[in-house]
Design a protein around this ligand. Structure first.
Ligand code: ADP
Ligand code: S3P
Ligand code: MG
Length: 179
């Protein structure tokens, strides 16, 4: 049985990582960390501004720093950014230190949930649907390969997703940080 200190939520933009992560941490009574929020707090600027000034490469470097720095915290729930799994060092870290939940979500739902939000620079394009499809093809096999558990958030409410995660998590763990 894998004993993990942290819970990592992975999956594409709009799958609900931030929303479900916050609820899940509250249910467990542990700290919640949102990777994007951390980056914004540390830099004092928005995610789109980081993409504009440092490019995606700069953003990925900052994302990797946050993951590496916060992982030693015992027993947190972390909502990662959708592309955090692209760097091998992040994949290694997530696998080694966490119970990993992949929030799966169909592209149409992702679009519905993200279209009003200008805070995702990768979707600031003429054809966000095609962009999400392209990202899905590259990233979906990686999400699956890392996941201890998969939840389809396209069909379920945030609360139902949290219940499903807690059921599986409690079957295999005492609580985050307490092996
Ligand atoms: N079943 C659901 N699960 C998670 N989020 C949902 C759900 N239904 C609607 N949403 C909404 O989708 C939007 C995007 O969610 P967010 O948590 O920011 O996703 P992510 O962090 O994966 O990009 C939020 O406004 C959230 O309230
Ligand atoms: O998929 C991606 O590459 C990204 C997802 C975003 O986070 P969410 O998945 O929380 O939207 C954010 O990290 C950034 O805009 C890049
Ligand atoms: Mg998020």
């Amino acid at each position: 049985m894998k004993q993990s200190k942290n819970i990592y939520l992975i999956g594409p933009m709009g799958a609900g990582k931030t929303t479900i992560g916050r609820l899940l941490a509250k249910s467990l009574g542990v700290d919640f960390v949102d990777s994007d929020k951390q980056i914004e707090q540390r830099t004092g600027v928005t995610i789109p501004m980081i993409f504009e000034y440092e490019g995606e490469v700069g953003f990925r470097r900052r994302e990797a720093e946050v993951l590496a720095e916060l992982t030693p915290m015992d027993g947190i729930v972390m909502a990662t950014g959708g592309g955090s799994i692209l760097l091998p060092e992040n994949r290694e870290l997530i696998r080694r230190h966490g119970f990993v939940v992949y929030l799966h979500c169909p592209v149409e739902k992702q679009l519905e949930r993200t279209h009003k939000d200008a805070n995702r620079p990768l979707l600031n394009t003429e054809n966000p649907r095609q962009k999400l499809l392209d990202l899905f093809h590259i990233r979906e096999p990686i999400y699956r390969s890392l996941a201890d558990f998969v939840v389809d958030t396209g069909q379920s409410t945030s609360r139902s997703a949290v219940r499903q995660i807690l059921r599986v998590y409690h079957r295999t763990h005492s609580r985050p940080g307490k092996p």
